[in-house]
Design a protein. Structure first.
Length: 337
């Protein structure tokens, strides 16, 4: 990279080059005689015509295999952004060492010391998360239709273009005056833990809850948090309901994320989310701890599929100890009754 360029803070924290000089490399595994190459060439050409410094192997004159692997690695290391065209072949190319660029690429994508941003792109294809490398699943991906690559008519293409050029599509409004609020006493007059318990009591008193009396979480705060948490664990610990099948699972994720706060990384490790994925989430959503927590939960659901059940989530939260037991009440609220 050009070391004389001014170092400025850009969208998605891309660390070097000014907006008009970001180098973007398109990485793919589309065979040379595949008709999808036409869509790829059109996609790369349109971005280049619009001022994006695009590089792709289709533009390479010398295509001898002697220097192919080295060329790939040099292009990646000299780029600010790498767009990965996601296909089944691409996924194989970074998980099987017999591919020409597989081993080196896998290490680069998971090396947090490199200031390179990787993004997943689907060209004229639906999003299939199983084909996206794990280290990119927590970041934004783009589904581009190549039949009309006009800006701003093609909204998804325009979003990608805005990201590549460091532009915002929404204008920030002017800062207004702070509104003075009148302080009022807490509704419960208790500390945070007791307020959460009182809120749970309100949930349990709802008339639509038809759970047998022996399975209902106590509606009094006189019992200890330990006994309440144990009761929920006994009730839901073996529940095979898939989290993603719940009608309110997005709301449950939002409520859990709001309460997990800065401890989201501990939860992520307990859910077996890899360190490279946790680093990617922290990098891509560093302005919002709540969104970091939400991304961990969404990644766990996406990666585990049918194994991401209420029982599995309940067990992890219970085993994490008292600091996480208030989250069990949220899970219990959204569990099917």
């Amino acid at each position: 990279p050009d070391q004389s360029s001014a170092s400025v803070q850009q969208q998605d924290n891309i660390p070097h080059r000014n907006r008009g000089n970001r180098k973007v490399f398109i990485l793919h595994s589309i065979p040379e005689n595949d008709p999808h190459n036409d869509a790829l060439l059109l996609f790369a050409s349109e971005l280049r015509d619009a001022g994006v410094n695009i590089s792709v192997d289709l533009f390479k004159k010398d295509k001898s295999k002697d220097n192919w692997s080295m060329w790939y690695e040099q292009e990646i290391l000299s780029s600010d952004i790498v767009l990965c065209i996601i296909t089944p072949n691409f996924y194989k190319s970074i998980t099987e060492d017999d591919r020409i660029k597989g081993y080196a690429l896998y290490n680069l994508m998971n090396d947090s010391s490199k200031d390179i941003v990787f993004r997943a792109v689907f060209l004229d294809a639906p999003k299939v998360i199983d084909y996206i490398p794990l280290s990119m699943r927590g970041a934004t991906c783009y589904c581009i239709k190549c039949d009309d690559l006009r800006i701003p008519e093609n909204d998804e293409f325009t979003n990608l273009y805005a990201f590549l050029t460091g532009q915002n599509r929404v204008e920030k409004p002017k800062l207004g005056k702070v509104i003075t609020l009148t302080p009022k006493r807490s509704r419960f007059g208790q500390n945070r833990t007791n307020r959460s318990a009182a809120a749970v009591d309100t949930w349990q008193r709802r008339p639509e809850m038809n759970t047998p009396q022996s399975a209902v979480v106590p509606t009094t705060t006189q019992q200890t948090g330990s006994s309440q948490a144990k009761l929920i664990y006994d009730l839901l610990g073996n529940d095979t309901t898939q989290v993603q099948s719940l009608r309110s699972h997005q709301r449950m994720i939002a409520m859990l994320a709001s309460n997990i706060a800065a401890e989201w990384e501990i939860l992520g490790r307990m859910l077996n989310i890899g360190e490279s994925s946790l680093h990617a989430i922290k990098r891509d959503h560093r302005d919002s701890v709540r969104e970091q927590a939400a991304q961990v939960l969404r990644m766990w659901i996406d990666v585990n599929g049918s194994a991401a059940t209420l029982g599995a989530l309940t067990t992890v939260l219970y085993e994490l100890g008292p600091n996480y037991w208030n989250l069990l009440y949220i899970v219990n609220k959204h569990a099917p009754k």
